[in-house]
Design a protein around this ligand. Sequence first.
Ligand SMILES: C[S@@+](CC[C@H](N)C(=O)[O-])C[C@H]1O[C@@H](n2cnc3c(N)ncnc32)[C@H](O)[C@@H]1O
Length: 204
Amino acid sequence: MNEASIWDRLAGRYDLLVRAFDTSYDRVRARIAEDVPAGARVLEVASGTGQFTAALAAARRRVTATDVSPAMVERLEAALASAGLTTVEARVMSAYALDAAEASFDAVFCANALHVMDDPARALAEFGRVLRPGGVLVAPTFLHGTGAARRALSRALSLVSPFVARTRYDLDGLVAAVGEAGFTVIRAERMPGLFPLGYVAARR
Ligand SMILES: C[S@@+](CC[C@H](N)C(=O)[O-])C[C@H]1O[C@@H](n2cnc3c(N)ncnc32)[C@H](O)[C@@H]1O
């Protein structure tokens, strides 16, 4: 099964399921206001149903919101229409092959997705390609690798839950992955949750 079809099957239940994990989502929305400049051209990758898209679109940011799953994008479009968000364009797109020119965005935002991707290094390389020099990457990511007990919980959950972590990061591992992709990390913060959230902001 490819990555899109897994998430297509989940899309109808996503907004309900995500409530088990969204403890720090308001804190992420507050950080967006600090770290993503007003007026920026923003590419959102792996938007899902749009948990953060309205926060990105605030402050006159122009947002291209994308996801590999057509069913997720369909739900995102419905949410955008009911919120009256007209400055956001929604598109089906893989993080591994972004349909965007080099250096065409001021900011890339990718929430809670690097850990579920088969090849996060490939996605990070694409984020670097489409960001202008000095542009900002914001990538809050669930940390499934913070200690033996949480690793065991993550492994057990992956047998019964659709949310499977392919990389079990701790905060240092996430920061290292972003650094290895050529970014300079400017903020790294661990936020609370059933699985903590590693909030990382970095410059290209
Ligand atoms: C846990 S959800 C996160 C959704 C949203 N960003 C949030 O924080 O609620 C992971 C999302 O990543 C998307 N995804 C997985 N692999 C992807 C890829 N290779 N390219 C683009 N999106 C991908 C899935 O379709 C899904 O919508």
